[in-house]
Design a protein around this ligand. Structure first.
Ligand code: AHR
Length: 518
Protein backbone atom coordinates (compact mmCIF):
# COMPACT_ATOMS: atom_id res chain seq x y z
CA UNK A 1 0.00 0.00 0.00
CA UNK A 2 1.27 3.49 -0.77
CA UNK A 3 0.75 5.75 2.23
CA UNK A 4 -0.59 9.23 1.79
CA UNK A 5 -2.38 11.63 4.08
CA UNK A 6 -5.66 10.62 2.41
CA UNK A 7 -5.48 6.89 3.05
CA UNK A 8 -3.82 7.52 6.41
CA UNK A 9 -7.19 8.81 7.67
CA UNK A 10 -8.74 5.50 6.67
CA UNK A 11 -5.95 3.56 8.31
CA UNK A 12 -6.37 5.27 11.66
CA UNK A 13 -10.01 4.21 11.88
CA UNK A 14 -9.13 0.56 11.57
CA UNK A 15 -5.86 0.43 13.42
CA UNK A 16 -5.32 -1.18 16.81
CA UNK A 17 -4.44 2.11 18.52
CA UNK A 18 -7.70 3.82 17.49
CA UNK A 19 -9.16 3.93 21.06
CA UNK A 20 -6.72 6.72 21.81
CA UNK A 21 -8.30 8.87 19.17
CA UNK A 22 -11.86 7.86 19.96
CA UNK A 23 -11.42 8.83 23.61
CA UNK A 24 -11.04 12.43 22.51
CA UNK A 25 -7.29 12.76 22.86
CA UNK A 26 -5.52 14.80 20.20
CA UNK A 27 -5.65 13.06 16.85
CA UNK A 28 -2.46 11.51 15.60
CA UNK A 29 -0.49 8.34 16.09
CA UNK A 30 -0.06 7.29 19.70
CA UNK A 31 1.50 4.20 21.19
CA UNK A 32 1.96 2.75 24.67
CA UNK A 33 4.91 0.61 25.71
CA UNK A 34 5.36 -1.15 29.06
CA UNK A 35 8.85 -2.05 30.19
CA UNK A 36 9.78 -4.44 32.96
CA UNK A 37 13.52 -4.96 33.38
CA UNK A 38 12.94 -8.46 34.78
CA UNK A 39 11.20 -9.68 31.64
CA UNK A 40 14.23 -10.80 29.73
CA UNK A 41 14.31 -12.35 26.25
CA UNK A 42 17.99 -13.25 26.43
CA UNK A 43 21.52 -11.93 26.47
CA UNK A 44 22.34 -9.80 23.47
CA UNK A 45 25.37 -11.43 21.90
CA UNK A 46 27.82 -8.71 20.81
CA UNK A 47 28.41 -10.86 17.70
CA UNK A 48 25.13 -9.60 16.23
CA UNK A 49 27.15 -6.52 15.30
CA UNK A 50 29.35 -8.45 12.89
CA UNK A 51 30.30 -7.49 9.37
CA UNK A 52 31.63 -9.17 6.28
CA UNK A 53 34.37 -8.63 3.69
CA UNK A 54 34.49 -10.58 0.45
CA UNK A 55 36.78 -10.67 -2.57
CA UNK A 56 34.05 -9.00 -4.56
CA UNK A 57 34.13 -5.74 -6.51
CA UNK A 58 35.86 -3.02 -4.51
CA UNK A 59 35.22 -4.39 -1.04
CA UNK A 60 38.70 -5.73 -0.26
CA UNK A 61 40.74 -4.57 -3.28
CA UNK A 62 40.45 -0.80 -3.38
CA UNK A 63 38.17 -0.72 -0.33
CA UNK A 64 39.94 -1.82 2.81
CA UNK A 65 43.19 -2.80 1.03
CA UNK A 66 45.14 -0.73 -1.47
CA UNK A 67 48.89 -1.13 -1.44
CA UNK A 68 49.38 1.81 -3.81
CA UNK A 69 47.18 4.41 -2.12
CA UNK A 70 48.79 7.33 -0.24
CA UNK A 71 45.89 6.89 2.20
CA UNK A 72 47.12 3.41 3.19
CA UNK A 73 49.44 2.31 5.99
CA UNK A 74 52.49 0.06 5.55
CA UNK A 75 50.23 -3.01 5.40
CA UNK A 76 48.20 -1.56 2.55
CA UNK A 77 45.20 -0.96 4.83
CA UNK A 78 43.31 2.27 4.03
CA UNK A 79 43.66 4.34 7.20
CA UNK A 80 40.53 6.43 6.63
CA UNK A 81 38.51 3.24 6.17
CA UNK A 82 40.00 1.72 9.32
CA UNK A 83 38.95 4.78 11.28
CA UNK A 84 35.37 4.64 9.99
CA UNK A 85 35.21 0.89 10.64
CA UNK A 86 36.49 1.34 14.20
CA UNK A 87 33.57 3.67 14.96
CA UNK A 88 31.18 0.94 13.82
CA UNK A 89 32.44 -1.29 16.66
CA UNK A 90 32.50 -4.35 14.39
CA UNK A 91 32.54 -7.32 16.75
CA UNK A 92 33.09 -10.07 14.19
CA UNK A 93 34.42 -10.06 10.64
CA UNK A 94 33.48 -12.78 8.14
CA UNK A 95 35.83 -13.57 5.22
CA UNK A 96 36.64 -14.49 2.36
CA UNK A 97 33.07 -14.84 1.01
CA UNK A 98 30.29 -15.21 0.11
CA UNK A 99 30.17 -16.89 -3.25
CA UNK A 100 33.91 -16.25 -3.63
CA UNK A 101 34.70 -18.73 -0.87
CA UNK A 102 33.24 -21.66 -2.83
CA UNK A 103 36.23 -21.85 -5.17
CA UNK A 104 38.90 -20.38 -2.90
CA UNK A 105 42.06 -22.33 -2.22
CA UNK A 106 43.57 -20.75 0.88
CA UNK A 107 47.03 -22.04 -0.08
CA UNK A 108 47.02 -19.49 -2.95
CA UNK A 109 46.86 -16.63 -0.44
CA UNK A 110 49.90 -17.34 1.77
CA UNK A 111 53.66 -16.86 1.32
CA UNK A 112 55.51 -13.96 -0.31
CA UNK A 113 52.92 -11.72 -1.97
CA UNK A 114 54.76 -11.37 -5.25
CA UNK A 115 54.90 -15.13 -5.68
CA UNK A 116 51.21 -15.79 -5.13
CA UNK A 117 49.29 -17.08 -8.16
CA UNK A 118 46.70 -14.86 -9.82
CA UNK A 119 43.57 -16.93 -10.51
CA UNK A 120 40.45 -16.51 -12.60
CA UNK A 121 37.68 -15.63 -10.17
CA UNK A 122 34.45 -17.14 -11.37
CA UNK A 123 31.88 -15.99 -8.80
CA UNK A 124 32.25 -12.31 -9.71
CA UNK A 125 34.22 -12.42 -12.96
CA UNK A 126 37.61 -10.89 -12.13
CA UNK A 127 41.18 -12.04 -11.62
CA UNK A 128 42.02 -12.65 -7.98
CA UNK A 129 45.56 -11.50 -7.21
CA UNK A 130 45.66 -13.36 -3.88
CA UNK A 131 47.67 -10.50 -2.37
CA UNK A 132 45.16 -10.31 0.49
CA UNK A 133 45.05 -13.75 2.10
CA UNK A 134 44.92 -15.43 5.50
CA UNK A 135 47.75 -13.43 7.09
CA UNK A 136 46.46 -10.11 5.76
CA UNK A 137 42.91 -10.86 6.94
CA UNK A 138 43.94 -11.95 10.42
CA UNK A 139 46.31 -8.99 10.67
CA UNK A 140 43.40 -6.70 9.72
CA UNK A 141 41.22 -8.29 12.37
CA UNK A 142 43.95 -7.81 15.00
CA UNK A 143 44.46 -4.20 13.92
CA UNK A 144 40.74 -3.59 14.40
CA UNK A 145 40.60 -5.55 17.65
CA UNK A 146 37.73 -7.65 16.38
CA UNK A 147 37.11 -11.40 15.97
CA UNK A 148 37.60 -13.42 12.77
CA UNK A 149 35.08 -15.76 11.17
CA UNK A 150 36.48 -17.77 8.24
CA UNK A 151 34.16 -19.40 5.74
CA UNK A 152 35.72 -22.61 4.39
CA UNK A 153 35.34 -23.74 0.79
CA UNK A 154 32.81 -26.56 0.79
CA UNK A 155 32.02 -26.01 -2.88
CA UNK A 156 35.03 -27.06 -4.95
CA UNK A 157 37.24 -27.58 -1.88
CA UNK A 158 38.14 -30.84 -0.15
CA UNK A 159 37.82 -32.03 3.43
CA UNK A 160 41.61 -31.93 3.76
CA UNK A 161 41.83 -28.31 2.57
CA UNK A 162 39.31 -27.27 5.22
CA UNK A 163 41.02 -29.32 7.93
CA UNK A 164 44.48 -28.00 7.07
CA UNK A 165 43.27 -24.41 7.09
CA UNK A 166 42.15 -24.90 10.70
CA UNK A 167 45.49 -26.55 11.50
CA UNK A 168 47.45 -23.73 9.83
CA UNK A 169 45.58 -21.07 11.80
CA UNK A 170 45.02 -22.77 15.14
CA UNK A 171 47.49 -25.53 15.94
CA UNK A 172 50.38 -25.11 18.38
CA UNK A 173 51.87 -28.52 17.45
CA UNK A 174 54.97 -28.85 15.30
CA UNK A 175 53.55 -30.00 11.94
CA UNK A 176 54.09 -29.31 8.27
CA UNK A 177 51.20 -26.83 8.39
CA UNK A 178 52.43 -24.93 11.44
CA UNK A 179 55.99 -24.88 10.07
CA UNK A 180 54.59 -23.29 6.95
CA UNK A 181 52.77 -20.70 9.06
CA UNK A 182 55.98 -19.88 10.95
CA UNK A 183 57.94 -19.73 7.72
CA UNK A 184 55.37 -17.17 6.53
CA UNK A 185 56.04 -15.01 9.55
CA UNK A 186 53.52 -16.05 12.20
CA UNK A 187 54.78 -18.01 15.17
CA UNK A 188 51.72 -18.20 17.44
CA UNK A 189 48.40 -19.68 16.34
CA UNK A 190 45.64 -17.16 15.80
CA UNK A 191 43.03 -19.44 17.38
CA UNK A 192 40.23 -18.62 14.96
CA UNK A 193 37.09 -19.77 16.76
CA UNK A 194 34.36 -19.40 14.12
CA UNK A 195 34.41 -21.42 10.90
CA UNK A 196 31.75 -21.59 8.22
CA UNK A 197 30.92 -24.92 6.59
CA UNK A 198 30.57 -23.32 3.16
CA UNK A 199 28.43 -20.52 1.83
CA UNK A 200 24.88 -20.61 0.41
CA UNK A 201 25.21 -24.24 -0.59
CA UNK A 202 21.44 -24.31 -1.23
CA UNK A 203 21.81 -21.95 -4.22
CA UNK A 204 22.19 -23.20 -7.80
CA UNK A 205 24.38 -20.09 -8.38
CA UNK A 206 26.94 -21.47 -5.93
CA UNK A 207 30.08 -23.17 -7.25
CA UNK A 208 29.84 -26.73 -5.96
CA UNK A 209 26.11 -26.45 -5.14
CA UNK A 210 24.72 -29.71 -3.81
CA UNK A 211 21.42 -31.18 -2.76
CA UNK A 212 20.64 -30.91 0.96
CA UNK A 213 21.47 -34.62 1.42
CA UNK A 214 24.79 -34.35 -0.38
CA UNK A 215 25.75 -31.14 1.42
CA UNK A 216 24.76 -32.61 4.80
CA UNK A 217 26.95 -35.69 4.28
CA UNK A 218 29.89 -33.70 2.89
CA UNK A 219 29.74 -31.01 5.58
CA UNK A 220 29.55 -33.62 8.33
CA UNK A 221 32.89 -35.15 7.31
CA UNK A 222 34.48 -31.70 7.04
CA UNK A 223 33.07 -30.79 10.45
CA UNK A 224 34.50 -33.92 12.08
CA UNK A 225 37.98 -33.22 10.74
CA UNK A 226 37.82 -29.54 11.69
CA UNK A 227 36.68 -30.25 15.25
CA UNK A 228 39.21 -33.06 15.69
CA UNK A 229 41.91 -30.60 14.62
CA UNK A 230 40.74 -28.03 17.17
CA UNK A 231 37.86 -29.05 19.47
CA UNK A 232 37.35 -25.42 20.52
CA UNK A 233 36.18 -24.26 17.09
CA UNK A 234 32.52 -23.36 16.55
CA UNK A 235 31.01 -24.38 13.23
CA UNK A 236 28.38 -22.58 11.21
CA UNK A 237 26.30 -24.75 8.89
CA UNK A 238 25.17 -23.30 5.54
CA UNK A 239 21.42 -23.00 6.07
CA UNK A 240 19.00 -21.25 3.76
CA UNK A 241 19.70 -18.32 1.49
CA UNK A 242 17.24 -19.32 -1.18
CA UNK A 243 13.75 -18.25 -0.14
CA UNK A 244 12.51 -17.73 -3.67
CA UNK A 245 9.40 -19.29 -5.16
CA UNK A 246 9.81 -23.01 -5.66
CA UNK A 247 12.52 -23.39 -3.03
CA UNK A 248 11.51 -25.34 0.05
CA UNK A 249 13.78 -23.51 2.45
CA UNK A 250 12.51 -25.28 5.56
CA UNK A 251 13.25 -28.70 4.02
CA UNK A 252 16.86 -27.68 3.31
CA UNK A 253 17.42 -26.79 6.98
CA UNK A 254 15.61 -29.88 8.29
CA UNK A 255 17.71 -32.17 6.11
CA UNK A 256 21.12 -30.64 6.74
CA UNK A 257 20.50 -30.53 10.50
CA UNK A 258 19.77 -34.26 10.50
CA UNK A 259 23.42 -34.68 9.52
CA UNK A 260 24.95 -31.77 11.39
CA UNK A 261 22.98 -31.54 14.64
CA UNK A 262 25.83 -33.00 16.70
CA UNK A 263 28.49 -30.84 15.03
CA UNK A 264 27.06 -27.48 13.99
CA UNK A 265 26.94 -24.70 16.57
CA UNK A 266 25.11 -22.17 14.39
CA UNK A 267 22.76 -22.32 11.44
CA UNK A 268 23.59 -19.66 8.86
CA UNK A 269 20.70 -17.84 7.17
CA UNK A 270 20.87 -14.97 4.68
CA UNK A 271 18.39 -12.19 4.04
CA UNK A 272 18.45 -9.36 1.52
CA UNK A 273 15.49 -7.06 0.99
CA UNK A 274 14.61 -4.26 -1.40
CA UNK A 275 12.04 -1.77 -2.55
CA UNK A 276 11.74 -2.43 -6.28
CA UNK A 277 8.02 -1.61 -6.21
CA UNK A 278 8.72 1.74 -4.51
CA UNK A 279 6.20 0.88 -1.81
CA UNK A 280 7.45 2.53 1.38
CA UNK A 281 4.92 0.92 3.74
CA UNK A 282 5.58 -2.59 2.52
CA UNK A 283 9.36 -2.12 2.40
CA UNK A 284 9.32 -0.78 5.97
CA UNK A 285 7.58 -4.00 7.05
CA UNK A 286 10.37 -6.26 5.72
CA UNK A 287 11.60 -7.06 9.22
CA UNK A 288 8.34 -8.91 9.84
CA UNK A 289 9.46 -11.50 7.29
CA UNK A 290 12.80 -11.68 9.08
CA UNK A 291 10.97 -12.28 12.40
CA UNK A 292 8.90 -15.03 10.80
CA UNK A 293 11.92 -16.79 9.31
CA UNK A 294 13.79 -16.57 12.61
CA UNK A 295 10.85 -18.19 14.43
CA UNK A 296 10.49 -20.91 11.81
CA UNK A 297 14.22 -21.68 11.85
CA UNK A 298 14.16 -21.81 15.65
CA UNK A 299 11.41 -24.43 15.46
CA UNK A 300 13.43 -26.49 12.98
CA UNK A 301 16.47 -26.33 15.27
CA UNK A 302 14.34 -27.37 18.28
CA UNK A 303 12.96 -30.30 16.32
CA UNK A 304 16.44 -31.38 15.18
CA UNK A 305 17.78 -31.31 18.74
CA UNK A 306 14.76 -32.91 20.36
CA UNK A 307 15.66 -36.28 21.87
CA UNK A 308 19.34 -35.85 21.03
CA UNK A 309 21.91 -36.86 23.65
CA UNK A 310 23.72 -34.11 25.56
CA UNK A 311 22.69 -30.54 25.94
CA UNK A 312 23.68 -29.21 22.55
CA UNK A 313 22.57 -25.78 21.41
CA UNK A 314 22.43 -24.50 17.86
CA UNK A 315 21.93 -20.79 17.40
CA UNK A 316 20.99 -18.74 14.37
CA UNK A 317 23.63 -16.74 12.47
CA UNK A 318 22.10 -14.21 10.07
CA UNK A 319 25.56 -13.94 8.59
CA UNK A 320 24.53 -11.96 5.51
CA UNK A 321 21.81 -9.35 5.72
CA UNK A 322 21.16 -5.97 4.19
CA UNK A 323 19.13 -3.95 1.72
CA UNK A 324 20.24 -4.96 -1.78
CA UNK A 325 18.19 -4.49 -4.93
CA UNK A 326 19.37 -1.55 -7.07
CA UNK A 327 22.81 -2.93 -7.92
CA UNK A 328 21.46 -6.41 -8.44
CA UNK A 329 20.85 -8.20 -11.73
CA UNK A 330 21.14 -11.75 -12.87
CA UNK A 331 24.87 -12.10 -12.85
CA UNK A 332 27.12 -9.26 -11.79
CA UNK A 333 30.63 -9.39 -13.23
CA UNK A 334 33.66 -7.14 -12.86
CA UNK A 335 35.09 -4.61 -10.45
CA UNK A 336 32.44 -1.92 -9.91
CA UNK A 337 29.56 -4.15 -8.89
CA UNK A 338 27.04 -4.23 -6.04
CA UNK A 339 27.76 -0.55 -5.34
CA UNK A 340 24.39 0.19 -3.80
CA UNK A 341 23.74 3.82 -2.93
CA UNK A 342 21.54 4.00 0.16
CA UNK A 343 18.82 6.44 1.21
CA UNK A 344 16.98 7.17 4.44
CA UNK A 345 14.29 4.50 4.04
CA UNK A 346 17.06 1.89 3.73
CA UNK A 347 18.57 3.14 7.00
CA UNK A 348 15.19 2.76 8.71
CA UNK A 349 14.85 -0.81 7.45
CA UNK A 350 18.35 -1.53 8.81
CA UNK A 351 17.21 -0.28 12.23
CA UNK A 352 14.15 -2.58 12.13
CA UNK A 353 16.40 -5.55 11.27
CA UNK A 354 18.62 -4.75 14.25
CA UNK A 355 15.49 -4.50 16.41
CA UNK A 356 14.51 -7.95 15.16
CA UNK A 357 17.89 -9.44 16.14
CA UNK A 358 17.60 -7.87 19.61
CA UNK A 359 14.00 -9.06 19.97
CA UNK A 360 15.21 -12.62 19.23
CA UNK A 361 18.35 -12.36 21.34
CA UNK A 362 17.80 -15.82 22.84
CA UNK A 363 18.36 -17.54 19.47
CA UNK A 364 20.04 -15.03 17.11
CA UNK A 365 23.62 -14.95 18.34
CA UNK A 366 25.47 -13.87 15.19
CA UNK A 367 24.61 -11.37 12.47
CA UNK A 368 26.88 -9.95 9.80
CA UNK A 369 25.82 -7.00 7.74
CA UNK A 370 26.93 -7.67 4.17
CA UNK A 371 29.27 -6.04 3.42
CA UNK A 372 31.68 -3.51 4.99
CA UNK A 373 33.03 -1.24 2.24
CA UNK A 374 31.76 -0.26 -1.25
CA UNK A 375 29.89 -3.52 -1.90
CA UNK A 376 26.35 -3.10 -0.44
CA UNK A 377 28.10 -1.31 2.37
CA UNK A 378 27.87 1.41 5.03
CA UNK A 379 31.21 2.91 3.95
CA UNK A 380 31.87 4.11 0.39
CA UNK A 381 35.29 5.13 -0.96
CA UNK A 382 36.99 6.67 -3.92
CA UNK A 383 40.73 7.24 -4.30
CA UNK A 384 40.54 10.54 -2.37
CA UNK A 385 38.38 9.64 0.59
CA UNK A 386 35.12 8.17 1.77
CA UNK A 387 31.60 8.99 2.85
CA UNK A 388 29.27 7.34 5.33
CA UNK A 389 26.16 5.91 3.76
CA UNK A 390 22.80 6.38 5.47
CA UNK A 391 22.85 2.80 6.79
CA UNK A 392 26.07 3.48 8.68
CA UNK A 393 24.24 5.52 11.31
CA UNK A 394 21.73 3.03 12.78
CA UNK A 395 24.39 0.30 12.71
CA UNK A 396 26.87 2.47 14.63
CA UNK A 397 24.26 3.44 17.23
CA UNK A 398 23.16 -0.13 17.87
CA UNK A 399 26.68 -1.57 17.91
CA UNK A 400 28.00 1.04 20.33
CA UNK A 401 25.10 1.20 22.76
CA UNK A 402 22.63 -1.70 22.59
CA UNK A 403 23.99 -4.41 24.86
CA UNK A 404 23.18 -6.47 27.93
CA UNK A 405 19.77 -8.11 28.21
CA UNK A 406 17.07 -7.82 25.58
CA UNK A 407 13.72 -6.99 27.20
CA UNK A 408 10.31 -8.39 26.34
CA UNK A 409 8.08 -5.34 25.79
CA UNK A 410 4.35 -4.84 25.80
CA UNK A 411 3.69 -2.66 22.75
CA UNK A 412 0.32 -1.18 21.84
CA UNK A 413 0.88 0.62 18.56
CA UNK A 414 -1.42 1.66 15.74
CA UNK A 415 -1.02 -0.59 12.76
CA UNK A 416 -1.32 -0.53 9.00
CA UNK A 417 -1.80 -3.00 6.21
CA UNK A 418 0.52 -3.67 3.27
CA UNK A 419 0.61 -5.94 0.23
CA UNK A 420 2.40 -8.62 2.24
CA UNK A 421 1.30 -8.03 5.83
CA UNK A 422 -1.99 -7.32 7.57
CA UNK A 423 -0.85 -5.86 10.89
CA UNK A 424 2.28 -3.79 10.76
CA UNK A 425 2.88 -1.67 13.88
CA UNK A 426 3.88 1.88 13.01
CA UNK A 427 6.19 1.77 15.99
CA UNK A 428 8.92 -0.85 15.73
CA UNK A 429 10.78 -1.06 19.02
CA UNK A 430 13.30 -3.01 21.08
CA UNK A 431 14.92 -2.39 24.44
CA UNK A 432 18.16 -3.44 26.10
CA UNK A 433 19.07 -3.30 29.76
CA UNK A 434 22.63 -3.24 31.03
CA UNK A 435 23.76 -2.34 34.54
CA UNK A 436 20.91 0.03 35.24
CA UNK A 437 21.08 1.60 31.80
CA UNK A 438 18.07 1.30 29.51
CA UNK A 439 18.41 1.70 25.75
CA UNK A 440 15.28 1.93 23.62
CA UNK A 441 15.48 1.70 19.82
CA UNK A 442 12.41 2.90 17.97
CA UNK A 443 11.49 3.32 14.33
CA UNK A 444 8.46 5.35 13.33
CA UNK A 445 7.40 3.62 10.13
CA UNK A 446 4.96 6.35 9.18
CA UNK A 447 6.17 8.41 6.20
CA UNK A 448 4.68 11.73 7.26
CA UNK A 449 3.06 11.52 10.71
CA UNK A 450 4.82 11.86 14.07
CA UNK A 451 4.11 9.15 16.61
CA UNK A 452 3.62 10.05 20.30
CA UNK A 453 4.76 7.24 22.58
CA UNK A 454 4.23 6.70 26.31
CA UNK A 455 6.84 4.42 27.88
CA UNK A 456 5.85 3.09 31.31
CA UNK A 457 8.61 1.57 33.44
CA UNK A 458 7.01 -1.12 35.61
CA UNK A 459 9.66 -2.10 38.15
CA UNK A 460 12.09 0.84 38.35
CA UNK A 461 12.29 4.60 38.01
CA UNK A 462 13.97 6.69 35.36
CA UNK A 463 16.88 8.72 36.64
CA UNK A 464 18.56 11.71 35.03
CA UNK A 465 18.35 13.02 31.49
CA UNK A 466 17.40 10.92 28.49
CA UNK A 467 20.01 11.01 25.72
CA UNK A 468 18.32 11.10 22.32
CA UNK A 469 20.08 10.09 19.09
CA UNK A 470 17.93 10.51 16.04
CA UNK A 471 18.59 9.40 12.48
CA UNK A 472 16.39 11.14 10.00
CA UNK A 473 16.60 13.36 6.94
CA UNK A 474 14.59 15.72 4.75
CA UNK A 475 12.82 12.97 2.80
CA UNK A 476 12.68 9.20 2.80
CA UNK A 477 14.70 9.23 -0.42
CA UNK A 478 17.51 11.47 0.91
CA UNK A 479 20.96 10.03 0.21
CA UNK A 480 24.46 10.85 1.41
CA UNK A 481 27.36 11.29 -0.97
CA UNK A 482 30.96 12.54 -1.04
CA UNK A 483 29.80 16.16 -0.91
CA UNK A 484 26.63 15.99 1.22
CA UNK A 485 25.28 14.21 4.29
CA UNK A 486 21.59 15.07 4.78
CA UNK A 487 21.07 11.79 6.65
CA UNK A 488 22.97 11.82 9.90
CA UNK A 489 22.65 11.28 13.62
CA UNK A 490 21.42 14.26 15.59
CA UNK A 491 21.99 14.24 19.36
CA UNK A 492 19.79 15.99 21.92
CA UNK A 493 18.35 15.28 25.35
CA UNK A 494 14.98 15.17 27.04
CA UNK A 495 13.55 14.36 30.46
CA UNK A 496 11.44 11.59 31.95
CA UNK A 497 9.07 11.54 34.91
CA UNK A 498 9.59 8.92 37.62
CA UNK A 499 8.07 6.02 35.71
CA UNK A 500 6.92 7.62 32.53
CA UNK A 501 8.78 8.74 29.47
CA UNK A 502 6.85 10.55 26.78
CA UNK A 503 8.47 10.98 23.45
CA UNK A 504 7.22 11.96 20.04
CA UNK A 505 9.06 10.24 17.22
CA UNK A 506 9.23 12.30 14.02
CA UNK A 507 7.87 10.78 10.80
CA UNK A 508 10.18 8.31 9.01
CA UNK A 509 12.77 8.27 11.76
CA UNK A 510 14.91 5.98 13.84
CA UNK A 511 15.61 7.10 17.42
CA UNK A 512 17.68 5.71 20.25
CA UNK A 513 16.73 6.76 23.80
CA UNK A 514 19.29 6.09 26.51
CA UNK A 515 18.49 6.62 30.18
CA UNK A 516 19.62 5.42 33.61
CA UNK A 517 17.19 3.69 35.99
CA UNK A 518 17.17 3.21 39.75
O1 AHR B 1 27.03 -10.41 -0.32
C1 AHR B 1 26.93 -10.62 -1.69
C2 AHR B 1 26.65 -12.07 -2.06
O2 AHR B 1 25.34 -12.37 -1.67
C3 AHR B 1 27.49 -13.12 -1.38
O3 AHR B 1 28.68 -13.38 -2.06
C4 AHR B 1 26.60 -14.32 -1.43
O4 AHR B 1 26.84 -15.19 -0.35
C5 AHR B 1 25.21 -13.75 -1.43
O5 AHR B 1 24.42 -14.30 -2.42
Amino acid sequence: MKLSRRNFALTTLTMAGAPYILRGQPAGLRARIKIDTERVIGDIDPMIYGNFIEHLGRCIDDGIFNEKSPLSDANGFRKDVLEAVRKLNVTLLRWPGGNFSSNYNWRDGIGPRDQRPPRLEMAWGTVESNRFGTHEFLNYVETLGTQPYICANLGTGTWTEAQQWVEYCNSAEDTAMTRLRRQNGRRDPWKVKLWGLGNEMDGPWQMGHRSAEDYGKFALEAAKLMKWTDPSVKLIAAGSSNFGPGSDWTAWNRTILEYLRQHADYLSLHCYVGNRADDFGDFMASSIELDQRTKTAEGIIDAALSGQPGNRKIYIAWDEWNVWYRARGNQERGRRILEEHYNLEDALVIATFLNSFVNHAHIVKIANMAQLVNVIAPIFTNDKGLFLQTIYHPLALFANHTKGKALQLFVDSPKYKTKRFDDVPYLDVSAAYDNGQLVINAVNRHPDQPLAADFELEDKQFSGPVAVSEVTGPTIKSENDFDKAPVKTVERSTTAEARRLRYTFPPHSYTMLKVKTV
